[in-house]
Design a protein. Structure first.
Length: 669
């Protein structure tokens, strides 16, 4: 039997450069096999002339493809996929469909290296589609990700395909244009301003036929676009997001050109978000063009208070001063001049406690200290006293230096760190894997819990840490749990069971490795917790595609887990988890396994398809249906929906596989 290798769920190149060549002996053997292919077998789809050498080389190619992983070079793998006509190499086609199912247009767009490297991979997939051995799967996710990345070469490739008859024909590909909101998403990612500007410029050329570099203002934009406009919400979203990110070029060159001041004018909620970004130049640019309308509170004290809180949250004293300058009626009044600085004046107007909290939640300890210095210098230190700082948000966001500073210096002003939701906040700290924050918090909070509370809380926290894969946190929490005065055996058993279940269902093999090593170290200890695998845990892992967890349990407890493989395959099939199905079927032997199934576990597998709902064949993803066809053609033939299989394959553009089905079972022609 051919060996079955675990494939990555998707190709993930690690940099923007071309992927490194495949480092795998099997791949090099496969390329050698290409050069030895028999001329008739390699060039004629109709000829039946084959040699023993051809058959052996086909097996080499099958093994080569099945030895690849998602991280391998797209171009070199593509050369293997077009090695021989699909009609003469059903095994090769089957290997492609099982091992390289992730190679589709969406995957290449989402996970490619970007730029021309991704365009090259997309072109390679188009070549495969022309040969009829691959489907052009499209769900728009790949295009949306390219927009988020501001990847203009990939965006341009997709838009060029709109007029490509090879793509637009059939029901698989239904192209939907991008919207301005899709493009704005690039400013929520870690994308440079230059790339965002280029992508937005491309968008307006494509959708409005307007070169924004040639547009002076909103009136000339309306003229150049022949009256087509951007709606108010989209325009405001673009302006707000650019200002929040500090993208002056995008604001000046595009955002403030597409909308009139009346359309661009935003309310207080949008301005709070702009000010919280902390970019004074951008805020001033937008305010000068379109300030808050009078009717929405431009001169209101409440507006100043809201913007001041946002400015303190930004951590920028310059932004606080900018807010003060926009509301001179309040910040220059005689009753506030004795506070001296704009920082102290705005804090007094907006509430010192609220401003201290906003700066603390943002992690801006320097601004907290600046406000305290200003109040001391102006003789207004009493305004600092007798406040509570809401510590939950500070702790959730991981600002340890801030809570430690308040813990040490707050008593000077009779300021307390107030924990309103201690247990919930601790759960979030553990979820984030912030061990230093947890240690500080546990030291100040644990004494308030009783033993029963400790046990329940620690059990929950251990599961939370395991679920999120924080091995160091798991180790620390289990050590604390062992020190508790509650009934240790029952408590530890419950905690460890929860740990193993959470790690299994969430796919965290590192936590399972830690547990196994810990169990081995504790073998001679009086209290040892042994956790057997549970079918429901592994079903959940199968439904969620956690292949490495399944592989781990099959290694640790092969005899018990192997007996569950049919049920796990069923769970994975119902969830359309093709990579999970690939792996689990490999445990029973690939490609030539049908005869073995009949002998080894025929009674178990015979009812496999019957367990899938009657309508599943009509809704199943192409790669999953291909797997079932390749593994159980005769069982599938007896299914009540067998007559619809070819139709479904053709709908999915799996032309080669549809022909393969027809050759095997001509009665379904």
């Amino acid at each position: 039997m051919h060996s079955m290798y675990l494939s990555s769920s998707l190709p993930m190149p690690s940099s923007a450069t071309s992927p490194r060549p495949i480092q795998c002996e099997a791949i090099e053997v496969g390329f050698a096999a290409l050069s030895l292919k028999h001329p008739l077998a390699a060039t004629s789809a109709e000829s039946d002339a084959t040699t023993l050498t051809d058959e052996l080389l086909n097996l080499v190619l099958v093994h080569t493809i099945r030895s690849t992983r998602g991280k391998h070079n797209h171009a070199r793998l593509g050369q293997l996929l077009v090695a021989a006509p699909a009609q003469q190499c059903p095994d090769l086609l089957s290997a492609v469909l099982t091992q390289a199912w992730w190679l589709d247009l969406d995957a290449a767009s989402r996970n490619g290296a970007g730029g021309q490297a991704t365009v090259h991979a997309l072109d390679r997939l188009m070549t495969l589609a022309r040969r009829g051995v691959w489907t052009l799967q499209y769900s728009r996710r790949g295009l949306a990700v390219a927009a988020k990345r501001a990847d203009v070469p990939v965006l341009g490739w997709w838009y060029r395909q709109r007029t490509n008859p090879e793509i637009v024909a059939g029901s698989v590909f239904s192209f939907v244009d991008l919207t301005l909101d899709d493009m704005v998403q690039s400013m929520h990612e870690h994308v440079a301003e230059a790339a965002v500007y280029e992508a937005l410029h491309w968008f307006f050329v494509q959708h409005f036929q307007v070169d924004m570099a040639m547009v002076a203002d909103h009136e000339s934009f309306a003229s150049a676009s022949r009256g087509r406009t951007v709606n108010r919400q989209q325009a405001q979203r673009l302006i707000r997001t650019a200002a929040m990110r500090g993208f002056e070029t995008v604001l000046r060159g595009i955002a403030l050109k597409i909308a009139s001041p009346g359309v661009a004018a935003m309310g207080v909620d949008n301005w709070v978000r702009i000010v919280a970004g902390g970019h004074v130049k951008c805020a001033d640019m937008v305010w000068t063009y379109a300030p808050i309308p009078e009717s929405l509170g431009r001169r209101s004290r409440d507006t100043l208070v809201g913007l001041t809180h946002a400015a303190f949250a930004s951590g920028s004293s310059h932004m606080i001063c900018w807010c003060a300058n926009q509301f001179p009626a309040f910040t220059s009044a005689n009753n506030v001049r004795h506070f001296g600085s704009s920082v102290a004046i705005c804090a007094y107007i907006a509430g010192v406690a609220q401003c201290l909290t906003a700066a603390s939640v943002g992690g801006h300890l320097g601004l907290v200290q600046e406000l305290i210095r200003d109040l001391r210098a102006s003789g207004n230190v009493d305004y600092l006293k007798d406040h509570d700082i809401a510590a939950d948000e500070i702790i959730k966001l991981g600002h340890l230096e801030v809570v430690e500073w308040w813990d040490m210096h707050g008593k000077e002003f009779n300021i307390d760190l107030e924990l309103q939701q201690a247990k919930y906040t601790m759960t979030l700290v553990v979820r984030a894997g912030n061990l230093p924050m947890f240690n500080w918090w546990w030291a100040t909070t644990a004494s308030t819990f009783g033993d029963d509370d400790d046990a329940q809380l620690l059990t929950k926290l251990i599961s939370e840490a395991a679920k999120n894969g924080h091995v160091e946190m798991v180790n620390h929490l289990v050590a604390i749990a062992k020190q508790q005065t509650t009934s240790k055996t029952d408590f530890l058993t419950q905690a460890i069971y929860g740990l193993v279940q959470a790690a299994t269902e969430s796919g965290n093999v590192a936590v399972l490795d830690w547990w196994l090593e810990s169990e081995n170290r504790m073998a001679n200890q009086p209290v040892v917790v042994t956790v057997p695998p549970k079918l429901e845990w592994l079903k959940t892992a199968s439904r969620l595609g956690h292949v490495r967890v399944l592989q781990w349990w099959l290694t640790v407890n092969s005899s018990e887990v192997s007996a569950w493989v049919p049920e796990l395959v069923t769970a994975a099939t119902c969830a359309d988890q093709a990579s999970t199905i690939c792996f689990l079927l490999g445990e029973r032997g690939p490609l030539d396994s049908e005869s073995d199934l009949a002998v080894e576990a025929g009674q178990v597998w015979a009812g496999f398809l019957a367990g899938i709902s009657e309508t599943k064949v009509q809704t199943m993803r192409g790669e999953v249906l291909a797997l079932l066809l390749q593994r159980w053609p005769h069982v599938l033939r007896g299914h009540s929906r067998a007559g619809q299989v070819k139709q479904r394959l053709e709908q999915l553009s799996l032309v080669g596989l549809a022909r393969y089905w027809t050759r095997m079972f001509p009665e379904f022609e």
